[in-house]
Design a binder for this molecule. Structure first.
Ligand code: CMP
Length: 140
């Protein structure tokens, strides 16, 4: 297994409910290190560009509105097999399908307000990290 980095976003439903610390504990207890972190308010243009791959999906406009409805916490997580490991820690996209003990099972409100985003593959992880962070901000 290789040490990887993945992009994580703690979404507005979770920042609104003051869950950043509880979610970070799930990452750290799960063996990942938070090597970069910043709390920001995304603009509509940033959210549309970040989720551009979903532009044709029926949920795109609602997703963008949701992602700019409050602050998010952008993070880079590092560890062995970090991309897959983070997806395990998050649980399934739809909280109705998420396993016990996962972030989405415990905290997500709906398939849209699902508390966290995580990169799905090495190429997207590299793109998503570069979208939000400069190299100097990543401190392993
Ligand atoms: P995320 O991992 O951030 O990637 C795309 C997001 O779209 C997803 O999490 C959900 O928050 C949101 N979404 C809303 N509706 C759906 C849907 N029907 N299928 C997949 N993702 C959805």
């Amino acid at each position: 297994m290789a040490v990887e980095r993945t992009l994580s976003i703690i979404k507005p439903d979770a920042t609104r409910r003051n869950l950043t610390g509880k979610i970070n504990a799930k990452f750290e207890d799960g063996g990942l290190r938070i090597v970069a972190q910043k709390r920001v308010q995304l603009s509509q243009a940033q959210a549309e560009q970040f989720y551009g791959v979903h532009r044709e999906r029926p949920f795109f406009n609602d997703l963008v509105s949701f992602m700019i409805s409050g602050p998010v916490v952008l993070q880079v997580l590092e560890g062995e097999n970090a991309i897959a490991r983070n997806r395990e820690i998050m649980g399934a996209t739809n909280p109705a399908n998420a396993a016990e003990g996962t972030i989405r099972k415990e905290f997500a409100e709906s398939i849209e307000a699902n508390s966290v985003h995580g990169s799905d593959a090495p190429e997207t992880a590299a793109q998503e990290i570069a979208f939000f962070f400069a190299g100097i901000e990543l401190v392993g």
